[in-house]
Design a protein around this ligand. Sequence first.
Ligand code: GDD
Ligand code: MN
Length: 368
Amino acid sequence: MRKLLIITPTYNEENNIEKLIQQIFSLQNQINHWEINLLVVDSHSQDNTTQQVKKWQKKYPRLYLLETEKKGLGKAYVEGYQWAFSKVNPYLIIQMDADLSHQPKYILEFIKKIESGADLVIGSRYIPGGSIPKNWAWYRKLFSYLGNLIIRLGFANFRITDWTSGYRAIRAWVIKEIVSETKKYSGYVFQIATIDQALKRQTRASEIPIQFLDREFGTSKIKFGEYILNIFSYLITQSSFIKFVIVGSIGFLIDFSISFLFFEKMHFKLWLATVISAEIAIVSNFLINNFWSFAHKKLNHQSISFIFHFLKFNFISLGALIIQAAGLEILGTLFGRDWWLIYKILIIGLIVIPYSFIFYNKIIWKKN
Ligand code: GDD
Ligand code: MN
């Protein structure tokens, strides 16, 4: 039998935890090749949450309680993992809220996906079959939807639709690999960091639809202002895509100023000034991308393949140049050349940026 550990963090969930415990253990007879273990990580609830857990421990020997300081949702999970690896050593971990927003019946679906080969399965509210509560206030719906959209754009990843969902199944080896990174994020942004760090390793991720129910008892502990700030600071420091856009902008400034210097001040021929400045920008883009934007897939600069990758990078850059020139020519011929600056912005934004980002990922900085 493989060991499954479900971890649920609690803070004042006395009216939810009993039901949750019973619903979870009642699933045991539907999955006979998995042994269900449940860990409640409580941060000194002011109500009767821990008393309830202790009461049900008499009936369920695989129900555990870990009491921790109140330092946020992420912190509670990380302490839960550390406890789990020394005490239970599970093969699979499922994370879920304790307020019954996450319906235990989906545990069976998570397990199916894991058995068919996934390493990380996210319960998504944003794929067909999934939903958020109809009675949520408009700002909460908007926040949840916009939050996910910004994260998907920021990571330039549209395969994962629900980055903030707290309901997911993760193979234990993945958690062991990423926890040294994710433990830096103690609040709700921990959920996003977990997916991002897992995707940066070799993990097969997939989603199942979940209907997220509104909690009946108790209140949400989320602080939206703090959460939004944490999301932005995570994206800016961790997203390859955002860093890649910043590097591209720096490259543009370098290209522009060196051209100016060589042509206007040093009176080089225009074509020569252009070639020199473009190549310097290419070298700078290649190096900063390697050591910063794609640092998690960094090329070894002491190996000969570094040179080959640099040559390929030159070809991709040449491709970008040709796309721009051809696009400008076509649009200029069709609609007149007065609007060339607009055409240029459109071509760079809609074609050159996606083209370069995709080719960098597929050809230069492949997953190791
Ligand atoms: N131990 C512990 N310590 N548990 C906590 C803490 C804490 O500091 N803060 C919250 N929890 C527990 C709650 O008791 C609940 O079981 C679960 O974590 C989720 O907290 P809620 O307060 O119910 O969060 P929510 O419903 O507003 O947030 C939902 O959306 C978030 C972002 O979209 C949840 O699905 C989160 O998991 C999700 O990250
Ligand atoms: Mn909740």
